[in-house]
Design a protein around this ligand. Structure first.
Ligand SMILES: [Zn+2]
Length: 380
């Protein structure tokens, strides 16, 4: 077992990072890119572990069982700071505090490492502050930034980082990972890996949570329930509701735990009357969670659109007789029937309608409005 085990289907990246971890003077700034779910933050974490690994021989670094490897992977290593945000943007204050962390010498490890998991979620002014720090890092500091694609990071930052590009892992590799790491039954692992289109996190959730799978099925089969304009308008409402339910399910547990932690830290329980002096702290947490909810709803809606378009993608595959696996293999018969009732041209136009709605959502058009326009154009 080693820290690289979880990087399924990323052999070239693993080779490059292993070599860099053996290097006495590795590059000081790295940019990990790859589509959501490709494991870019896992890659950064594995690399950080290998850099800190205590094995005496450089070639063994990233052993996965020494104290340093363990603590880096668990997120508790004193010299590795990792920032991930659930908010829409990382604030300038957060980045300033990271920069001041980055100035410290490593306390126990070989390097001081700062990982920013959502480097694409910074406004330009914040990025400029970060740029200065990356240009002149202290000798033992290493920055690792993660973003969906190089284009998501301004060119001045990009040009100072060594790029690491992750690809979408093959379905079989994702299935193997779920089976090995999460104990998912192999056939189920294949089905969910295909449904999630190799997004590792989504695949894991679909494997573990039957309700998440039921919601996804309801989204994917939405085209079957589109018969007239009023049905289409209703379907748009259903889509928004399903995405919202999905976002809530994934954040509810976490919000409750955070509130309980804060109350405990204040020496209170849920039953106690909250004294006025600590009300502002609870309100601060609630505001924070509300801001986060906005992002997670947007992400869930985007995911729902992706799922919906896999229906038409599969229909197109069948209409063109392409020899490719269906994303929704479990709906084979339904898809075949649907494919016979329309033409590839119609299907392509419908896929375009979904893409257009996604663009409108990204441009902040009210969700229901964008989706109604979409479901109505899916009718024709
Ligand atoms: Zn180790």
């Amino acid at each position: 077992m080693s820290v690289w085990d979880d990087l399924q289907g990323q052999a070239p990246v693993v080779t490059a990072l292993r070599r860099a971890a053996e290097d006495a003077a590795p590059t000081h700034a790295w940019l990990f890119t790859g589509p959501p779910g490709s494991g870019r933050s896992n890659a950064a974490r594995a690399f950080a572990a290998a850099l800190q690994c205590e094995q005496p021989a450089a070639a063994d670094r990233g052993c996965g069982h020494c104290h340093a490897c363990h603590t880096v992977l668990a997120g508790t290593h004193a010299d590795v700071t990792r920032v991930a945000t659930d908010k829409v943007t990382i604030s300038i204050a957060e980045v300033r505090s990271l920069i001041s962390r980055a100035q410290d010498k490593p306390s126990t490890g070989r390097w001081r490492i700062v990982i920013i998991e959502d480097a694409d979620r910074m406004v330009e002014r914040t990025t400029n502050v970060l740029l200065k720090a990356i240009e002149e890092p202290p000798p033992r500091t290493i920055w690792m930034l993660c973003a969906p694609s190089p284009a998501d990071v301004i060119v001045t930052i990009r040009s100072r980082c060594r790029p690491v590009g992750l690809r979408i892992p093959p379905v079989d590799d994702v299935a193997a990972l779920l089976a090995r790491r999460d104990g998912v039954e192999p056939e189920t692992a294949r089905v969910v890996a295909r449904m999630a289109q190799s997004h590792i996190g989504v695949a894991r959730r679909l494997a573990r949570d039957p309700e998440a799978r039921a919601r996804r099925d309801e989204i994917v089969t939405l085209p079957l329930r589109l018969s007239d304009v009023s049905g289409a308008v209703r379907a748009a409402g259903t889509l928004v509701d399903l995405a919202q339910a999905d976002a809530e399910a994934s954040t509810a547990d976490r919000n409750a735990a955070e509130r309980a932690d804060l109350l405990a830290a204040l020496g209170l329980t849920e039953e106690d009357k909250v004294p006025p002096s600590v009300r502002s702290q609870l309100k601060h947490l609630a505001d924070e969670q509300k801001r986060r909810a906005t992002r997670s709803q947007r992400d869930a809606l985007d995911r729902a659109m992706t799922d919906l378009s896999t229906f038409y993608r599969d229909v197109l595959v069948l209409q063109l007789g392409a020899h490719t696996d269906l994303v929704n293999g479990h709906l084979d018969a339904t898809l075949r029937q649907f494919a016979l009732a329309s033409s590839p041209e119609t299907t392509l136009r419908r896929i375009d309608a979904i893409a257009e709605a996604r663009e409108r959502l990204a441009a902040n058009v009210a969700p229901l409005l964008a989706l109604e326009a979409m479901t109505v154009s899916l009718l024709s």
